[in-house]
Design a protein around this ligand. Structure first.
Ligand code: FES
Length: 157
């Protein structure tokens, strides 16, 4: 956890009102502070806001901004906006999920890669676009994605 980030306790103090209205901002701040939403944090949020954990999971899984696993050493974001979709992002995602043996929102067992689906990242003319650890890769196709990922694997091992 980053020392500059708020602790869970601080977040709960900031959102002292119980109830569903504060759920999304509380989850966003906890993810920001802790990197992902652990089972333990979901339970703590439930206790704080007086909401059942099933309801919290129901809401949190509806939004693809929330992660339930720690990010991998290499975090891959794949744009699934309309322009990238037309340019083949669905097949790129399919190859990624197959080669990494994870679904979007998950992290590989060795912790090397995590995959996240994001909405348009503003480079539509360059689709399909992926972003790995903040570095953009343009015009990615199902034929080039494997090499890109392998390069990150090689520099990480
Ligand atoms: S749709 Fe992918 S960058 Fe806009």
């Amino acid at each position: 956890m980053n020392a500059d980030k708020m602790s869970r306790k601080d977040i709960f103090l900031k959102y002292s009102e119980s109830g569903r209205d504060n759920l999304i901002p509380v989850l966003q701040e906890i993810q920001e502070a802790e990197g992902f939403l652990s089972e333990e944090s979901i339970i703590a949020v439930g206790n704080h806001l007086h909401l059942p954990t099933s309801k919290i999971y129901g809401v949190a899984t509806f939004y693809n901004q929330f992660r339930f696993h720690p990010q991998g050493k290499n975090h891959i974001q794949i744009c699934r906006g309309t322009a990238c979709h037309v340019l083949g992002s669905a097949s790129v995602q399919e190859v990624l999920e197959k080669m990494l043996k994870i679904k979007a929102g998950e992290t590989t067992k060795d912790g090397l890669f995590s995959l996240e689906v994001v909405a348009c990242i503003g480079a539509c003319g360059l689709g399909a676009v992926i972003c790995v650890n903040g570095n953009f890769h343009a015009k990615v196709t199902k034929d080039t994605i494997e090499e890109i990922v392998e390069n990150y694997r090689n520099i990480s091992e």
